[in-house]
Design a protein around this ligand. Structure first.
Ligand code: CTP
Length: 416
């Protein structure tokens, strides 16, 4: 099956009888997992209504360059940057001519000039117009600029003639778009990741927390998305921007984090626990601010749910990856913790002065059944990519039931 998970496809529709096929095209692109936005030329709106394509794409359809009613933050430049690929289908003879000339006289041609994403065009027109030297010339110029031409197909045309000029059928158009993307290591994988610290309230103004900055978890979320996974991040309070293409659910307490994870457990393939979850919370949260009285006071604490262990012990567990923070004897503790929690993979880092929390780089010892890899000190985004590569290898191995590749034992080579 063709997958376009989380890919952003801008569909351009120009005026021609084949414009009605763009409805099926949009539906199929979405079924393949893509996020779709549609831009039409004014002429296209005479063949198919923007409302139809709005309903199928789930977003307002844009026609005008200067559209006062456009969605906030989605002007033509944003739209051009947003797209991972632009597919114009159908592309009329006039549209090919305007693209070839580098015109920007409507929203669609402006976007085609402004985008850096690959441009694919699927021409559809009367076969005599297709054969005309002017069109041949335009097509040759577009191809020379790296534009991908899909079709046209041959066959009977709406005008009664037979020959090349039919729009390539929507399933083939979707396959052509998918072919433009290099297969990601985790294409189509649904990942859930926890990150950041939790806050366990003592009273309305105080809480117990830890020094986790969330940087490693956010970097792993970004690397998972980069590898093609669809990523949901359950995040404790941090001062970080949510990475591109990552859905974020914000929580505070360990119990809320556990609840957010449980609610999604049935629909995920991969779980990464990067959060520094408080292991204990105050047994009671005082309804009012606690007043100072005695010289000494004791705060009774109770255990919080162990989210990672709970996920690993569920009936149909996803592939689970945990983290561990250790101050000494990294390998022994990492192996013991992996077994204890029953997780597939565990990434351990040394914490202490200047290591682990609140720093921008880190090193990890990653252990799994029958293997381990040492990921040497590197900035967290780079380290996260290396970790995601290891996760993807083990994930595929388990899913495909393939015999294990020889376990890595030495330093992991960086091929990023
Ligand atoms: N974890 C979790 N829920 C908790 C506690 C921890 O999901 N209530 C996850 C963390 O996200 C991390 C791993 O479990 O992936 C860490 O396990 P933990 O037993 O807390 O290890 P350490 O933090 O290393 O602490 P300790 O050695 O004190 O047990």
């Amino acid at each position: 099956m063709t997958t376009l998970t989380a890919k952003r496809i801008l569909v351009g529709v120009s005026g021609g009888i084949a414009a009605y096929k763009s409805a099926e095209l949009v539906r199929l692109l979405r079924a393949a997992g893509a996020e779709v936005r549609v831009v039409m030329t004014p002429a296209a709106t005479r063949f198919i209504t923007p409302l139809t394509l709005q309903a199928l794409s789930g977003h307002p359809v844009r026609v005008e360059l200067f559209d006062a009613g456009a969605e906030a933050g989605m002007d033509h430049i944003h739209l051009a940057r947003w797209a991972d690929a632009v597919l114009v289908a159908p592309a009329s003879a006039d549209l090919l001519a305007r693209l070839a000339a580098g015109r920007a006289d409507d929203l669609l041609t402006t976007l085609c000039l402004a985008t850096r994403a690959p441009l694919l065009v699927a021409p559809a027109m009367n076969s005599a117009m297709w054969a005309h030297p002017a069109t041949r010339d335009n097509v040759a110029r577009l191809a020379a600029r790296g534009v991908t031409l899909i079709g046209p197909a041959e066959g009977e045309q709406a005008c009664g003639e037979t020959g090349p000029g039919r729009l390539v059928e929507p399933p083939q158009l979707v396959a052509a778009v998918a072919g433009r993307f290099r297969a990601g290591l985790l294409d189509g994988v649904r990942a859930l990741i926890t990150a950041g610290p939790t806050r366990e309230p003592v009273d309305p103004v105080r809480f117990l927390t830890n020094r986790s900055s969330g940087k490693m978890g956010y970097a792993v979320a970004a690397a998972l998305a980069e590898a093609g996974a669809s990523v949901t991040l359950v995040s404790g309070p941090v001062a970080l921007e949510v990475p591109d293409r990552v859905r974020c659910i914000r929580v505070e307490r360990a119990a809320e984090m556990a609840e957010a994870v449980r609610a999604r457990l049935a629909e995920i393939d991969l779980f990464v626990a990067a959060a520094a979850v408080a292991d204990y919370r105050p047994a009671e949260t005082a309804p009012h601010k606690l007043k100072k009285r005695a010289e000494r006071m004791a705060l009774p604490l109770v255990r919080t749910p162990d989210i990672l262990a709970e996920v690993a012990a569920s009936t149909r567990p996803p592939f689970t990856v945990g983290f561990a923070a250790e101050t000494e004897d990294l390998e022994r503790h990492a192996r013991a913790k992996r077994m204890l929690k029953g997780v597939d993979m565990l990434a351990a880092n040394r914490v202490g002065a200047g290591e682990g929390f609140e720093v921008d780089d880190n090193a990890l010892l990653v252990v799994w059944e029958g293997g381990q890899a040492w990921l040497p000190r590197a900035p967290k985004p780079q380290l996260a990519r290396r970790l995601v590569r290891l996760i993807a290898e083990r994930y595929r191995e388990r899913r495909e039931g393939a015999p294990g590749t020889p376990a890595s034992t030495g330093d992991e080579k960086d091929t990023a």
